[in-house]
Design a protein around this ligand. Structure first.
Ligand SMILES: [Zn+2]
Length: 343
C-alpha cells in the first residue's frame, strides 16, 4: 500500500511517501480503506521521537482518519465491509480498572493510533472494531477525518471536566491549532461567550468568523490585563491553555474567582511559572485532560448529526504531499485542520 511514514526520527525531511506492506486485521480489529487523514501536533512529537515511547520503524503517521471498512478480523460483530466510518484514535485495553470504570483515556495501556500503532496516512489502517463509528452523513471525507482527535479532546475538557454552562465565559489561548478551534466551535454551540488570543491578526479574524466574541492580540498586549479590562475586572469562568510555559501564569491571572483552568498539552514547554496565591485565594480548579472515552466520542459525534456544524478545515493535500502538510503545521500557519486526501 501507499503510505506516508518515517524510517528514522528527526525533522520533516525524514517523512517518506512510498510502498509498505498492507496491514492484516487480527482478531477484534477491522481494516479500513482510508479516504482521508488529518494531522495533529502529535504527528510531529512522534516523528521527533519521545523519550520512553518507542515506535516500530518504519512508522506510519496519522491519528485521525475516515474511510470504508474493507475487511474484518475474527470475532468482529456490528461492523461490516462497506461501512463508512470515522476512527476514534484512542485505543484502550478494556480490562484494567479504569476501562472497567468507563474512563478509557485513563487506561493503563492507553495507546493512540499513529503514535503507538501504525496510523492513518496510508491506503489501509487496522484498528479495533470498537474504535470505528459511523461517519456523520453531512460531512465530506475530509471533514470527517478532521474532527476525531481534536473534537474529542475539546469535548471532554469542556463538557466532562469543566462542566461548562450556557452563558459562561471561556478564554482560549492560541486560537488556530486544532483543539483550540474545536473548543471554540463546541463552546459556541453550548452558548458560551468566547474570548480567543493569537499573535496573528488574521487568525483572530478567522476565529470571529467562526463565532468568537472577542479577539486579543497576545503578541502586543498582556492578555490577562486585557481580559480584566474587558470583563469589568471579573475574569473568565474557564481558561483553556494548551500552550503551557509561555502563557500559563497569565492564564491563571485571567480566571474569575472560582474559575477553572484546563490543560491538554504544553506546546511551549511543560514547566511554567505558576501562581499558587491566586490558585488558593481565588479558589481555582486546574483540570488535566487527555483525549476521551468511547461514551464521550459517541456524545460528541451527535453535534455533527444535523450537518449544521462542520469542523474547520484549513488545507487539503494529497497523501503524496504529507511532508508539505506537516510543514504547514510546524510553521503554525494553519487555522483549523490540515487534511490529507488518500485516494
Ligand atoms: Zn484499560
Amino acid at each position: 500500500m501507499k503510505a506516508a511514514f518515517f524510517r528514522k526520527h528527526g525533522g520533516p525531511e525524514k517523512i517518506e511517501f512510498g510502498e509498505l506492506p498492507d496491514p492484516f486485521p487480527g482478531p477484534g480489529t477491522v481494516r479500513v480503506k482510508v479516504k482521508a487523514g488529518a494531522l495533529n501536533h502529535l504527528d510531529i512529537f512522534v516523528r521527533n521521537g519521545m523519550p520512553g515511547i518507542p515506535v516500530v520503524l518504519p512508522h506510519v503517521m496519522g491519528s485521525d482518519g475516515a474511510g470504508v471498512v474493507e475487511s474484518t478480523g475474527q470475532g468482529v460483530a456490528g461492523v461490516k465491509p462497506g461501512d463508512e466510518v470515522v476512527l476514534n484514535p484512542g485505543i484502550n485495553c478494556g480490562e484494567c480498572e479504569y476501562c472497567r470504570a468507563g474512563e478509557h483515556s485513563l487506561c493503563v495501556s492507553f495507546r493512540i493510533l499513529g503514535e503507538h500503532v501504525p496510523g492513518t496516512f496510508a491506503e489501509y489502517v487496522v484498528a479495533p472494531a470498537a474504535n470505528v463509528y459511523p461517519k456523520p452523513a453531512g460531512l465530506s471525507w475530509e471533514e470527517a477525518a478532521a474532527f476525531p482527535l481534536t473534537f474529542l479532546t475539546a469535548w471532554r475538557m469542556l463538557v466532562t471536566k469543566a462542566r461548562v454552562r450556557p452563558g459562561e465565559s471561556l478564554l482560549i489561548i492560541g486560537i488556530g491549532g486544532g483543539v483550540a478551534v474545536a473548543a471554540l466551535q463546541i463552546a459556541k454551540l453550548l452558548g458560551m461567550t468566547v474570548y480567543v488570543t493569537s499573535g496573528t491578526p488574521e487568525k483572530l479574524a478567522r476565529a470571529k468568523a467562526l463565532g468568537a466574541d472577542e479577539g486579543i492580540d497576545h503578541a502586543r498586549t498582556d492578555f490577562a490585563g486585557e481580559i480584566r479590562k474587558r470583563t469589568g475586572k471579573r475574569g473568565v469562568d474557564v481558561v483553556l491553555d494548551s500552550v503551557g510555559k509561555a502563557t500559563w501564569k497569565q492564564s491563571i491571572a485571567s480566571a474569575a474567582k472560582g474559575g477553572r483552568l484546563i490543560t491538554c498539552g504544553a506546546t511551549t514547554g511543560p514547566d511554567p511559572q505558576t501562581d499558587l496565591t491566586r490558585i488558593f485565594w481565588n479558589q481555582l480548579t486546574v483540570f488535566g485532560s487527555t483525549m476521551g472515552t468511547h461514551g464521550e466520542f459517541a456524545g460528541m459525534l451527535k453535534i455533527f448529526g444535523d450537518g449544521k456544524l462542520k469542523p474547520a478545515v484549513d488545507t487539503v493535500l494529497p497523501l503524496s504531499r504529507a511532508r508539505e502538510a506537516v510543514e504547514i503545521l510546524e510553521g503554525k500557519r494553519q487555522f483549523g485542520k490540515v487534511v490529507l486526501r488518500v485516494d
